[in-house]
Design a protein around this ligand. Structure first.
Ligand code: NAG
Ligand code: NAG
Length: 300
């Protein structure tokens, strides 16, 4: 969802105009544009099954930037049990760019979430070939992953504070994700802070704002021990990257894991992770998640 840049009434008017255009004889370019075909992606047959959910939040390195390579690396290909909550809150097959209808003011590319999800699916002991989407769900059903993309490029952490549109959208989308099919939120994957390295005040207040954000998310989602996996910055837009990284490392809350992206290869802009780096990061996030999950007290 776009952060309330365009007033709601404007969005409603646009939606009304669009539905009118679609009911009337559609002008040939409109329906063939990639955004409208994405918007009409069919609902997944697994849509109403319980899922293991992951909230994807932060800024451009979570959404992904740059033209995707062709052919796509295998961890970016769709998988029958890998779904994405679209901007219109329907469960559709996940395929990149995951944030295309969420982070709409830039062209999105490949982020870490697809390789993360493929790795988590691989770890699932249940045989996948026997799965039937229509079979009644049971404890032995193979896991269905539901990704909830919410990241928006260029955002600073104050824009993710409770009451701000990005925060409220993330909470509302997560609640909608649980409501449609049920399931459990496995973790929040958080990759943000590059925009907080420009102003000294932003960098110095980052740690407090991050702790507040984690506490508010846990309270509003009713999950006091919700796992948050934050990515240590690999780059910054300004001169205070070290200060933000230090704040990230010093977040003093239980069940907040730090996965360091520093040193992963960057693209030519020296700000965005390369595809190779995103593949590695997805793998690192999955390892962190699986390690945490296997040591978690199942009675908690
Ligand atoms: C970073 O520091 C250099 C050297 O002091 C300065 O020229 C540059 O404008 C600074 N960059 C930002 C984004 O503030
Ligand atoms: C998480 O751990 C539980 C055991 O505590 C296990 O049953 C489940 O399969 C694990 N989930 C994943 C995705 O590995």
């Amino acid at each position: 969802m776009k952060p309330a840049r365009r007033p709601l009434l404007g969005a409603l008017a646009l939606a009304a105009l669009l539905s009118f255009l679609l009911l009337a004889a559609p002008p040939s370019g409109l329906l063939s544009s990639s955004s409208s075909s994405r918007r009409r992606a069919p609902t997944s047959p697994y849509a109403h099954r319980p899922k293991l959910l992951f909230l994807l939040a932060g800024q451009s390195n979570m959404a992904g930037r740059g033209a995707p390579p062709a052919p796509l690396p295998a961890p970016y290909l769709p998988h029958p049990r890998l779904l994405r909550l679209a901007a219109d809150r329907r469960w559709v097959a996940a395929s990149p760019p995951l944030h295309a209808d969420i982070d709409t003011h830039k062209t999105c590319g490949l982020g870490p979430a697809m390789p993360f999800a493929h790795r988590v699916l691989l770890s699932d002991p249940a045989p996948s070939s026997l799965s039937e989407p229509t079979a009644p769900s049971s404890a032995s059903s193979p896991v269905v992953l539901g990704l909830v993309p919410c990241a928006v490029g260029g955002t600073r952490i104050w824009m993710w504070a409770r009451g701000q549109p990005l925060y409220e959208a993330a909470v509302a989308r997560t609640r909608a994700a649980v409501a449609d099919g049920g399931g459990a939120l496995g973790a929040v994957l958080w990759f943000q802070g590059e925009s907080d390295t420009v102003e000294a005040d932003d960098a110095r207040s980052y740690g407090g704002k991050m702790e507040r954000l984690v506490a508010d998310l846990r309270a509003d989602l009713g999950l006091p021990s919700l796992l948050v996996i934050q990515v240590g910055l690999a780059s910054g837009e300004g001169n205070y990257t070290d200060i933000v990284r230090e704040a990230q490392q010093n977040v003093n809350l239980p069940n907040v894991i730090y996965v360091d992206a520093m040193g992963l290869p960057l693209s030519d802009d020296q700000l965005h992770l390369s595809t190779e780096a995103q593949l590695q990061l997805g793998e690192m996030l999955a390892q962190a998640y699986l390690e945490f999950n296997s040591s978690r007290d199942p009675n908690l």
